[in-house]
Design a protein around this ligand. Structure first.
Ligand SMILES: [Zn+2]
Length: 64
């Protein structure tokens, strides 16, 4: 069972869960904003995704 990371669409704000081993960052040197490479895009709008944190962890924002 692989761990999942929570990613958020920068355009529509939807949360998507991606297994850790599938994640690749666009710019690993950027530790402030972890944008995902274009391998992963939003299923809803095709927007770019940003890494939020571990799935099930305590996010610093909350979607209702
Ligand atoms: Zn989106």
């Amino acid at each position: 069972m692989s761990e999942e990371m929570e990613c958020m669409c920068q355009q529509c704000g939807v949360s998507i869960y991606i297994p850790t081993d599938l994640i690749s960052l666009e710019d690993p040197a950027n530790t402030e904003v972890k944008m995902l490479s274009s391998l992963h895009v939003c299923e809803q709008c095709g927007g770019q995704l940003a890494l939020v944190g571990k799935a099930g962890g305590e996010p610093y924002y909350r979607l209702e």
